[in-house]
Design a protein around this ligand. Structure first.
Ligand code: ADP
Ligand code: TYD
Length: 223
């Protein structure tokens, strides 16, 4: 009975995945979803930009390669707007009901891509303070794969599926290097939350590491 009450009162765990495009986020998110299902733990999987009706429209705008004239500040605001909607409509309500949330990208992507990649610096955390309402993940898995390897994987996928690259994927290798440096800086400043996971190993090995960290968090959650 006491355990059931604990479960009713506990807040869900908020997990995010970060990394360059092609770093293996979707692969690992699927595996982690399976892990939650095996444990019969409720979990919602969502993504940024998008994850809500409004957010999906913003995603279309910000990733459309035809929108060559989007100003970097506009870009940062679009990502933040999508985030504001997702936090309020999906993430916070789920966590409050004790449901775990896995999100493909979150604030760290804006820090890496807009603050570092576009050079907007401190304006990005400022904009996002309001968007996130201060909500930060309990843990972030940064799949560490160099930009060139991400591009190699994405190109392989697109060649097979016939899909095309989005506006951000089409960016220069200099931009991607800045983004990657941005992620490493976040890891340095917030090592307890933002975990560097070597993404160059087999998908199965990576999953084992991620599952172990998550299991630890779930066990602590019940304490
Ligand atoms: P993301 O969601 O970060 O863009 P995906 O999970 O879609 O990445 O993976 C991109 C491509 O790389 C896919 O073809 C996937 O099968 C492959 N991939 C995923 N994980 C690994 C891995 N650990 N090693 C090699 N290739 C991988
Ligand atoms: P993503 O959904 O990971 O792309 P895909 O489904 O093709 O793997 O992310 C879309 C792109 O948006 C990705 O290149 C990273 C970029 N992005 C930002 O620049 N800033 C942000 O805040 C977020 C969330 C994503």
């Amino acid at each position: 009975m006491a355990k059931t009450m604990d479960k009713m009162n506990k807040r869900g765990i908020f997990i995010t995945f970060e990394g360059m495009d092609g770093s293996g986020k979707s692969t690992q998110i699927n595996a982690l979803k399976g892990f939650f299902e095996e444990r019969q733990e409720e979990c919602v999987v969502t993504r940024e930009p998008g994850g809500t009706k409004v957010g999906d429209k913003l995603r279309d705008i910000v990733l459309d390669p035809a929108n060559t004239d989007i100003d970097p500040v506009t870009e940062a605001l679009i990502y933040a707007a999508s985030r504001a909607q997702l936090v309020r409509q999906v993430i916070k309500p789920a966590l409050e009901r004790g449901i775990n949330v896995i999100c493909d990208r979150y604030l760290d992507s804006s820090i890496a891509y807009q603050a570092y990649g576009r050079g907007l610096g401190p304006a990005v955390p400022m904009i996002n303070k309001e968007a996130t309402g201060g909500l930060m993940p309990d843990v972030t898995f940064f799949l560490d794969v160099k930009p060139e390897e991400g591009v190699r994987r994405i190109t392989e996928v697109r060649n097979k599926s016939g899909g095309s690259l989005d506006r951000i994927e089409l960016e220069s290798s200099d931009f991607k290097s800045l983004v990657y440096e941005g992620f490493l800086s976040i890891a340095e400043s917030d090592p307890e939350r933002f975990l560097i996971i070597d993404g160059n190993r087999s998908a199965e090995e990576i999953t084992e590491e991620i599952k172990a960290v998550t299991e630890n968090l779930l066990n602590k959650q019940g304490e």
